[in-house]
Design a protein around this ligand. Structure first.
Ligand SMILES: Nc1ncnc2c1ncn2[C@@H]1O[C@H](COP(=O)(O)OP(=O)(O)OP(=O)(O)O)[C@@H](O)[C@H]1O
Length: 388
C-alpha cells in the first residue's frame, strides 16, 4: 500500500498542511519539537484510530481550535481510498471513508496499515505489562478490525463492574449483592474470553517470526521467546474452558475486589512475557540487546501484517535509526528496501547512508510547516523518483 497524500488541518502544531509522498522513503528532518512525530502520529491514527502518545482527542486538536482533521489518499492493490478523520476537542470523532461517513469506527480500520517504531518502544522491554498489552492490542486491531469492537466492549463492562465494586465497597457481602455481581462476572468472563483468545492467537503467529528475526540480528546467539500469559490457564485456547476459569477466579477474588473496589481478574491484567535465553528480557543484557529485541518485534509486526493483509504496511520510524548501530541499521534497511513505504524522522541527515539519501524524498519540518527546501539551501533533488 502506498500513502500518496496527507492533509492535516488544526492537528497538533499544524495549521494547514498538505504533503505529497513522492518516493517509497520519505525523511522528515527538523529540530526537536517542530512537528515530525506529530505527522507520524497522524498516520498512526488513520491506521489504528489510536495514538501511542495520548488517549485524549483534545491533545490532538491544535490549541484554540475546536476540531482537527486528518485526510489521506491511499493506493492499494484494490484501488485508491480516501480517508478522513475528524477529531473534536469535546465530542465524538467522525470517520469518513471514500466520501461516506461511517457509523461504526471499526469499518475505518484495516484500510491503512502501519507499523510504528519509536524510541518509546524500548518500554516494551523495560516497562510494565500495560505497554505490552497496548502494543499487542494495537497490532490486533490491524490484523482483525473486529477486535477494536471486542476490546471496547470488554473495557465498557470492566468500567461498569468497577463502578459497581466501588459503590458497594463498604457494604456487607449479602446474597443480593452476590447475585448482582454474578451478572457482571458472566459478562466480564464472556467478553474477557474473546480478548484472551485473540491475543493468544496473535502471539502464536507473531512469536516464531520474531524469534527468527531475533536470531538473524543477534547472529543466532540468543533465543527469543514470546509467551502470552493471561491470568487464567489457556487450556488449549478452548473458549468455554477459558470462560469457566475466568468465572472461577473472579469468584475466588470477590472479597478482595470488593475491598479494593476494582476488578482484579481479567485480560486487563495479562502479561506478555519476553525472554532471551530463558531470562526475562528486562534483566537480560545491554541496551543494545534490548534494542535488538524491539527491532525483531517490529520486523515481525511488518511481516505478520503483510501476511495477513496481503500487502506491505507502511513503516513509521520515529527517530530510531540513529539509535541503532550500523549492523542493525543495515538489517532494517535491507528488509525495508522499497517494499515498505517508510516515513522516517530525524534531527540530522548525517546518520543516513548516501545511497538512502539519494533515493529518498527529503522534507524539512519547522514550526508545523513542511517544505521541500531547507531555508537557505538549494532545492532538493526529488523529481522523478517515484511516480505512480
Ligand atoms: N494540540 C497542540 N496544539 C498546538 N501545538 C501542539 C499541540 N500538541 C503538540 N504541539 C506542539 O508540537 C510540537 C511537538 O512536535 P513533535 O512531537 O512532532 O516534535 P518532533 O519534531 O518530533 O521533535 P522531537 O525530535 O523532539 O521528537 C511542540 O512544539 C508542541 O508544543
Amino acid at each position: 500500500m502506498y500513502l500518496k497524500t496527507l492533509h492535516l488541518r488544526h492537528f497538533r502544531n499544524y495549521q494547514e498542511q498538505q504533503v505529497e509522498f513522492t518516493a517509497p522513503k520519505t525523511i522528515l528532518v527538523g529540530n526537536n519539537a517542530q512537528g515530525k512525530s506529530n505527522l507520524l502520529e497522524a498516520v498512526e491514527l488513520l491506521a489504528t484510530l489510536r495514538s501511542h502518545r495520548t488517549f485524549r482527542d483534545r491533545d490532538l486538536v491544535q490549541e484554540a481550535e475546536e476540531l482537527a482533521q486528518i485526510s489521506a489518499s491511499l493506493k492499494r492493490e484494490t484501488g485508491i481510498s480516501t480517508l478522513n478523520l475528524i477529531l473534536r476537542r469535546n465530542g465524538r470523532r467522525t470517520v469518513n471513508l471514500n466520501g461516506e461517513n461511517l457509523r461504526r469506527q471499526m469499518d475505518f480500520l484495516g484500510v491503512l496499515n502501519a507499523v510504528q517504531f519509536s524510541s518509546l518502544d524500548l518500554d516494551l522491554v523495560r516497562g510494565g505489562p500495560e505497554g505490552r498489552r497496548h502494543w499487542l492490542d494495537t497490532l490486533l486491531i490491524q490484523l482483525e478490525p473486529i477486535y477494536a469492537h471486542i476490546l471496547q466492549q470488554y473495557h465498557q463492562i470492566l468500567r461498569q463492574r468497577n463502578a459497581f465494586l466501588k459503590r458497594n465497597a463498604e457494604k456487607l457481602y449479602t446474597t443480593s449483592l452476590q447475585s448482582e455481581l454474578a451478572i457482571w462476572d458472566v459478562q466480564l468472563a464472556t467478553a474477557g474470553t474473546r480478548v484472551i483468545r485473540r491475543r493468544e492467537r496473535a502471539i502464536q503467529r507473531l512469536a516464531p517470526i520474531a524469534k527468527k528475526w531475533h536470531a538473524s540480528i543477534s547472529g543466532s546467539k540468543e533465543i527469543l521467546q514470546i509467551k502470552y500469559s493471561p491470568n487464567v490457564p489457556l487450556e488449549q485456547n478452548h473458549s468455554e474452558k477459558v470462560q469457566q476459569a475466568l468465572l472461577e477466579k473472579l469468584q475466588q477474588r470477590t472479597i478482595a475486589e470488593l475491598h479494593q473496589g476494582t476488578t482484579l481478574v481479567g485480560p486487563h491484567r495479562d502479561e506478555i512475557e519476553l525472554t532471551i535465553n530463558q531470562t526475562p528480557a528486562r534483566q537480560y543484557g545491554s541496551q543494545g540487546q534490548q534494542r535488538t529485541l524491539v527491532l525483531a518485534l517490529k520486523l515481525a509486526e511488518l511481516q505478520l501484517i503483510e501476511e495477513v493483509v496481503g500487502e506491505p504496511p507502511l513503516l513509521l520510524l520515529d527517530d530510531v535509526l540513529a539509535e541503532l548501530d550500523p549492523s542493525r541499521q543495515n538489517q532494517l534497511l535491507d528488509t525495508i528496501q522499497d517494499r515498505f513505504q517508510t516515513i522516517i524522522t530525524t534531527t540530522h541527515l548525517g546518520a543516513f547512508d548516501s545511497q538512502w539519501l539519494n533515493s529518498s524524498q527529503i522534507l524539512y519540518v519547522k514550526s508545523g510547516k513542511i517544505s521541500i527546501e531547507k531555508v537557505g539551501v538549494g532545492r532538493q533533488k526529488l523529481e522523478g523518483i517515484f511516480q505512480e
